[in-house]
Ligand binder design. Structure first.
Ligand code: TXA
Ligand code: MG
Length: 316
């Protein structure tokens, strides 16, 4: 889709070019002090779907939202006194905080995977700061590597993994920290991922020990993820002929009640997934039934099917 990934140099013209691409919904890899991030507009369903597509992620796990300042972060998340203290002490820097998401945050549902929380990071790297300010909005940015591969700490690593799959790479040399940010959930303070900021520094700041009960693959309470964005209606998969009374959620050129992508485009289908499930659920009603057409199981289709299987799983 991007046969010629641009290599952009770290000067004002380069930053302006990168911001323009991001504003158009394209993906740009950029340096942070931890690792290179694969940036996309966190408000745009299609940009976020492209991130999952470029990385070949088999699941829609939630992504970290990058912002230039604490002031900008307050517009999308709710800060407790503890969160304030950590932000004062460690931002900008290699710390990511998982905080309650403001309902009016304007983020794509795909960024938070439908969760009521949002992971926020304010990077310190001057190029990341310059890019965020030029772009003027929140950037979703997982590490800029194909899913399952090692995180990139220089532009050449990004080229190796993602060339031809993203619009551009902003070349800022090597990353100083070299490992991902530390991820912390609050209430109670829980280490979800060890990273660039030592846990001891966080414990000293808060004056408490961190629990480490967090599980990065199952955000918030274990098991909660599956039920959180299950529709109220029952869900049946791989349906080519819906039964009477079922709301048919289609894919491809079929006459369904709702359609994830009439043109059979998996990136578009991913971008539409959460909101279409919500719309179908509303139309089906509390005791209703949703029947989903078959979705090809390659590329983003794997992540879509993973999500749909959870929606269709028996409810406890
Ligand atoms: O250093 C870093 O953090 C890099 C640079 C680019 O900033 N970014 C990064 O992002 O590592 P990513 O998307 O690869 O890591 C996101 C991790 C995931 O493992 C995800 O489960 C967790 O953060 N996460 C995101 N939102 C969450 C949430 N609402 N609750 C719990 N965990 C969350
Ligand atoms: Mg990663």
């Amino acid at each position: 889709m991007n046969p010629h990934t641009e290599l952009i140099s770290a000067d004002p013209a380069g930053i302006a070019r990168a911001a323009t691409l991001l504003k158009g919904g394209d993906l740009v890899a950029f340096p942070t002090e931890t690792v290179y991030g694969l940036g996309g507009d966190a408000r745009s369903d299609i940009a976020v779907a492209r991130i999952f597509d470029a990385k070949g992620r088999p699941r829609f796990n939630p992504l970290i939202v990058h912002l230039p300042s604490v002031k900008a972060a307050r517009q999308i998340a709710i800060f407790s006194p503890e969160a304030d203290r950590l932000a004062d002490a460690f931002w900008p820097g290699p710390l990511t905080l998982v905080l309650p998401r403001r309902p009016d945050a304007g983020l794509s549902d795909l960024v938070t995977a439908g969760l009521p929380t949002v992971a926020i990071r304010i990077p310190e790297h001057p190029l990341a700061q310059a890019l965020l300010r030029a772009f003027g909005g929140p950037l979703a940015a997982p590490s800029a590597n194909p899913s399952g591969k090692i995180s990139p700490t220089c532009a050449a690593h990004v080229t190796e993994g993602l060339s031809g799959k993203i619009a551009a790479i902003l070349d800022g040399g090597a990353c100083a920290v070299g490992v991902e940010s530390t991820i912390l959930a609050l209430d109670p303070p829980t280490l979800l991922r060890p990273g660039g900021l030592p846990a001891e520094a966080i414990e000293a700041c808060l004056g408490t020990r961190l629990s480490s009960g967090g599980n990065i693959t199952k955000p918030t309470a274990p098991g909660q993820l599956a039920s959180h964005y299950a529709p109220r209606a029952s869900v049946r998969l791989n349906v080519t002929k819906p039964a009477p009374g079922e709301i048919w959620l289609g894919y491809g050129p079929i006459g369904a009640d709702f359609n994830l992508s009439p043109s059979s485009d998996l990136v578009e289908a991913a971008a539409n997934l959460f909101k279409t499930l919500r719309d179908a659920d509303r139309q089906a009603g509390p005791k209703g039934r949703i029947a989903v057409a078959p979705i090809p199981n390659h590329g983003l289709g794997r992540a879509i099917n993973d999500r749909l299987r959870r929606a269709a799983a028996p409810r406890s």
